[in-house]
Design a protein around this ligand. Structure first.
Ligand SMILES: NC(=O)c1ccc[n+]([C@@H]2O[C@H](COP(=O)([O-])OP(=O)(O)OC[C@H]3O[C@@H](n4cnc5c(N)ncnc54)[C@H](O)[C@@H]3O)[C@@H](O)[C@H]2O)c1
Length: 316
């Protein structure tokens, strides 16, 4: 059967790169991107529709028009922005998901992808090698909405047989598109500022270790999960997914190996620090490895080199 993909929230950090990979795999005509914002550019042959995920009738109209077999829902308000607008974050993150789940059941959409986050863990979750199943007491509105979203995904799978697939992304690091208001954004900004200014002030303290993943691995892993045999998937809430864990100090040291004059400093009292302090330092992703063969390929050294090589060209 020919696949047709509808991506919602496609202009952001992850959507823009995932859409490019899906277009290569399925062809431009079979990947419909949508977002509440217009994209900066639409290449010839690419299909884009303006869409607010909170407008259920508008999503329905796109489903009727394009008959997608898969929906990727990426529209969300991220952790740091969510703390500024908690009601809006809850509304977008929950009602956007519910709209898509309900329409997927109504129209028999074959597969759904919706990402969760390591923000589902909280201060009482184990911090090191955080397992798939453990105490989960998120204390950011973003984490609360993601945990509720995971429960909804599993519920719709059990109750309606919806083939929904999900991963708990760690902080995603990329050079093509800048991140959209998360707690791990420093790990992207640091590379941009290393090239632009030769220095960077991290909003997280030097020893704050967080789980991260390079975009190339995130995109490949997402597509591998969507391609996996459904009978192999034992988790329908959301899979733990890990790449590399590091602190601002460690990433700065790695950048200095390539840019020896790079300087890092640290700011105090940033509200994102308390979110970061409630999150895991490292994640156990055994189940994703066992069920669908997940394996990250970029370590800190390879990622740093790739980021700097690409940003030197992009920012020139
Ligand atoms: N980037 C990360 O590090 C990270 C980590 C964990 C989970 N995630 C999850 O991955 C998904 C994508 O994240 P991202 O980093 O690309 O986010 P982003 O903020 O960069 O992009 C989100 C996109 O959604 C769009 N959007 C906002 N409101 C909308 C609405 N009402 N209707 C339609 N579109 C709307 C925005 O315009 C934006 O283009 C989110 O669910 C996020 O929670 C991201």
């Amino acid at each position: 059967m020919k696949e047709c993909i509808l991506m919602i929230g496609a202009n952001g950090q992850i959507g823009s790169e995932l859409a490019a990979a899906l277009r290569l795999k399925f062809g431009n005509e079979n990947v419909i991107t949508s977002d509440i914002r217009e994209p900066q550019a639409i290449a010839s042959g690419e299909i884009f529709e303006t869409l607010n995920v909170l407008d259920k009738e508008a999503i329905k109209a796109l489903i009727v028009k394009y008959k997608p077999t898969q929906i990727y829902l990426l529209a969300a308000m991220l952790s740091a922005t969510g703390e500024k607008y908690p009601q809006k974050a809850w509304d977008l993150n929950m009602n956007g998901l519910l709209n898509v789940l309900d329409l997927a059941v109504e129209f028999g959409i074959k597969k759904i992808f919706w990402p969760s986050s390591i923000a589902v863990f909280g201060p009482h979750s184990p911090k090191v090698d955080t397992p798939q199943y453990c105490v989960m007491d998120p204390n950011s509105i973003y984490g609360i909405s993601k945990l509720a979203g995971e429960r909804l995904c599993e519920y719709y799978h059990e109750k309606f047989g919806l083939d929904i697939r999900s991963v708990r992304y760690p902080g995603i690091i990329s050079w093509r598109t800048e991140p959209g208001g998360g707690t791990t954004d420093y790990a992207v900004h640091i590379f941009f500022e290393a090239i632009r200014q030769g220095k960077y002030t991290s909003f997280l303290s030097e020893g704050t270790e967080l789980p991260m993943l390079y975009m190339d691995d995130a995109v490949r892993g997402t597509i591998e999960l969507m391609d996996a045999d459904p009978s192999k998937l034992s988790i329908r809430s959301s899979y733990n997914l890990a790449g590399i864990s590091f602190t601002p100090r460690e990433i700065a040291e790695e950048i200095k190996k390539i840019l020896p004059n790079f300087e890092i400093s640290y700011s105090d009292n940033d509200p994102r620090q308390s979110i970061a302090d409630s999150w895991p330092k490292s994640i156990n992703d055994e189940q994703a490895r066992n069920d669908w063969g997940w394996k990250p390929t970029f370590d800190l050294t390879a990622m740093t080199k790739n980021m700097l090589d690409n940003l030197k060209i992009k920012l020139q």
